[in-house]
Design a protein around this ligand. Structure first.
Ligand SMILES: [Zn+2]
Ligand SMILES: [Zn+2]
Length: 576
């Protein structure tokens, strides 16, 4: 991150007069001075400096909101502030800032003390700096937070373990894990399952207290009692149970837990639908593979991911969507979801144009599984078998071998010219310093200088020629290798990959990715285009089988490849 060329900063200064917690903050002119100073010192591209006199403890600051919208639209991608707590002191604004970092829209938050980038560590530090965590500004907080941050990164949630788990006390402090409580965790799991099947929270409460005899873990000063109704609600809506946690709380920073999960993410999401809480956890879904990668082919806006939940009414069999307006009732017969026994809940991810929500664009969204089918079809066009890759790389190496002979001749002749040139330079110097030339009668200073510079230019030219020959060979070999490695078993890798891998594969597959009428379009890079052409002419290069077991088959395949003389045309190094 040492390049400032592409960063466009907005300076933001804020001081609230009515907020007495802000007495330690620098005055507005002081903050503005610091922003100017940083700009000049680091030669930053500063788009504008904004200032505001409002408290940040409540969301809804106008100028702040307008600034983030400008960043969202790409007008700027970095912020300079005197201290992060100028930006946010409430979880909603903090979440917005961190969300923009996640989306890649906000690249840096710069303060006089340090910069924050889109890394888990920086976002964690940033959320601490926003002052949302209670552990404010005593001297220890820096040390404490670094320790906690490491703990989070390792997947261990700091603080008292939620119901069904306990904090390991045997291990040295700082390395303590969160362990499943075998006496209680099965009951927690049961609660999710029963609730999903239609048991009400009140019934769960009575069941846990009377039938199961569930009591929370005894601690020094608390615990040992039955679960309250509100504790059961809290359990049912805590993502910790499927393996994720937010720390510091309400910061918008999510971590993948290393603890043993109690339930699946799917079950958790279904329970959230039943609780009418869908949408509450939107920030945790950072794992959409293709967000911001595609553009709407109709209006050019970004394609974004959206979760959709649908419920099939148990009373009238009507399928309806859960929306912001309707979270809990069948839209046909008005039956409440909480009164349905074990309703079918459907869950889809859609990719759709961002402008669709504002009705500026009427392009419909495409379901994730259908988008992936389209990507798979495109991958099928370029996928090659490992057997073909082995064979082709061997063939190309052999072709390059003969090419190399030719190149070695070229290299030898350039080297010869280079040696001759050096000798000429030597002679020139000898002549200049010879005793017969003390008066410059053989070679004047002027002549010497002009001849020397001519020879040196020639030398440099020859050296450059040598360099490009070597580079060209290495580069071409690397390009082919990379294309083949990408195209081998790529469908399998895509199908089984996590969000990150899927995203990378799509990015490698092409550029200018657009979605028009639910259809994906893209431009293939040249090397994949060559592969596509090869494959359309010789489909056998994609045929897969287990290579280890069938050496006979491999030989047959290789013979088939070899029988197509034009197959590798265009892949020899000197033509790439
Ligand atoms: Zn659109
Ligand atoms: Zn109904």
């Amino acid at each position: 991150m040492d390049t400032n060329i592409s960063l466009k900063y907005i300076g933001y200064a804020r001081k609230s007069s009515e907020d007495n917690k802000e007495r330690q903050a620098a005055s507005l002119p002081e903050q503005l001075y610091e922003i100017e100073r940083l700009k000049t010192k680091e030669n930053l591209h500063l788009v504008e400096v904004l200032q505001e006199s409002k408290t940040a403890h409540k969301p809804g600051r106008e100028i702040f909101g307008a600034m983030l919208k400008r960043i969202e639209s790409g007008e700027a991608n970095a912020i300079i502030v005197w201290h992060p707590n100028r930006l946010a002191r409430n979880p909603i604004d903090a979440g917005w800032v961190i969300y923009l970092m996640d989306e890649g829209k906000l690249i840096e938050v710069k303060t006089p003390a340090r910069s924050f980038y889109n890394t888990p560590t920086d976002k964690f530090m940033l959320s601490l700096e926003f002052g949302i965590s209670k552990k404010d500004s005593d001297d220890k907080s820096e040390v404490v937070s670094r320790g906690l941050e490491k703990k989070c990164r390792d997947g261990w949630r700091p603080g008292v373990a939620p119901q069904g788990y306990f904090n390991d006390r045997q291990t040295e402090s700082g390395f303590r894990k969160v362990l499943p409580d075998p006496e209680r965790l099965p009951f927690i799991r049961k609660m999710f399952e029963l609730f999903r099947e239609g048991t009400t929270v009140m019934e769960l409460y009575l069941m846990a207290k009377n039938e199961w005899g569930y009591r929370s873990r005894q601690k020094r000063r608390s615990g040992g009692g039955p679960l309250s109704l509100s504790m059961i609600y809290k359990i049912l809506s805590n993502p910790f149970y499927y393996g994720k946690f937010e720390y510091p709380e309400k910061s918008g920073v999510w971590w993948k837990g290393s603890h043993e999960p109690a339930i699946s993410e799917e079950l958790f999401n279904e329970v959230q639908v039943l609780l009418g809480r869908r949408g509450k956890y939107t920030l945790q879904h950072h794992e959409y593979a293709f967000t911001s990668l595609l553009k709407c082919g109709f209006c050019g806006a970004t394609i974004t991911a959206e979760e959709k939940h649908q419920v099939i009414c148990t009373a009238c069999k009507w399928k309806f969507s859960i929306t912001k307006k309707n979270k809990d009732t069948c839209t046909r017969c008005d039956t409440k979801i909480e009164n349905m026994r074990n309703p079918t809940i459907l869950h889809y991810t859609y990719y759709r144009c961002k402008r669709r929500t504002s009705r500026l664009c009427h392009q419909k969204g495409v379901r994730l599984d259908r988008l992936e089918q389209q990507i798979d079809a495109k991958l099928a066009e370029i996928e090659i078998s490992p057997v073909f890759m082995d064979w082709a790389l061997r063939q190309i190496a052999a072709m390059n071998e003969s090419e190399k002979d030719f190149q070695e001749d070229t290299v030898a002749s350039i080297k010869g010219a280079h040696d001759a040139c050096r000798a000429k330079l030597n002679n020139l110097i000898q002549l200049k310093i010879s005793p017969q030339n003390t008066d410059g009668s053989l070679l004047s200073d002027e002549q010497y200088r002009s001849q020397k510079s001519a020879i040196e230019t020639e030398l440099k030219g020859l050296e450059q020629q040598l360099g490009t020959i070597d580079n060209r060979m290495v580069q071409a070999a690397e390009d082919i290798n990379e294309a083949f490695t990408f195209a081998t078993k790529v469908r399998e890798r895509f199908a089984n990959g996590d969000a990150k891998l899927k995203r990378r594969i799509l990015m490698d597959l092409g550029s200018h990715l657009t979605l028009t009428d639910r259809t994906l379009r893209l431009d293939s890079p040249p090397y994949l285009f060559t592969l596509k052409k090869m494959k359309s002419e010789a489909p056998i290069i994609g045929e897969m089988f287990a290579p280890n077991k069938e050496s006979d088959r491999i030989r047959k395949m290789e013979a088939k490849y070899a029988s197509i003389p034009t197959l590798l045309r265009g892949l020899e190094s000197h033509q790439v």
